[in-house]
Design a protein around this ligand. Sequence first.
Ligand code: COA
Length: 203
Amino acid sequence: MGKRQRLLELRTLADNDLDEVMDIEPVAFGNHHWSRQSFINELDNRLGKYYAAVDASTGQLVGYSGFWLIGDEAHITTLAVHPDCRRKRIGEVLLINNILAARQAGAKWLTLEVRVSNEKAQNLYFKFGFKNLGIRRHYYQDNSEDALVLWTENILRPEFMDLLNERISSVRQQIKVDWLAPEELPEGLELSTMFHSGEEGRA
Ligand SMILES: CC(C)(COP(=O)(O)OP(=O)(O)OC[C@H]1O[C@@H](n2cnc3c(N)ncnc32)[C@H](O)[C@@H]1OP(=O)(O)O)[C@@H](O)C(=O)NCCC(=O)NCCS
């Protein structure tokens, strides 16, 4: 019998996730990490939408992400994966979820800042068609590092949906996801069936 895939659950981030978030946050972001109070404020922020990725077999929070919706732009504010759980497509799943949730909330574009030195995260975003459209000089206060300002193209365009579909198909081969299904899926996407079609049981 083949190796069972672990099931990843996506859900809204909640106050009682914050102990686990604060275990990951300093490791993921070093000196420039958000405080617990920042997360408490963000969970209350009417512009903010935050999501948790949880290992369904253990209940462990393995990653989180979120964005602010400002007009028709979704500004990704955070995305992090537990250091022991990296390179397993969880970052991609969280990014796909952000894109779909942003689209559902009315966004046409996604944007974010990323450190010029953070090639891992840049690679992730470039895989999803983000382009570097500017630099914010000395954006990070801890070491005065510059930020690249990345943008998607219009996420409603069929070309972008094709790319997203490709990424979803690829991710699906490696990870099984209990999707936080958007109420209205964009045409051509069938996430719930795609992610539930395997025969494997929960890990
Ligand atoms: C960036 C981060 C979220 C990636 O999460 P992850 O679950 O390990 O990433 P995935 O397994 O989904 O990988 C997706 C892609 O990201 C890029 N990537 C991830 N880790 C990488 C690494 N160590 N080196 C190079 N590229 C990497 C690759 O393009 C990868 O695709 P590939 O495997 O086909 O090359 C994770 O490293 C993290 O939490 N980093 C600290 C926090 C952070 O920098 N957040 C982003 C702030 S803008």
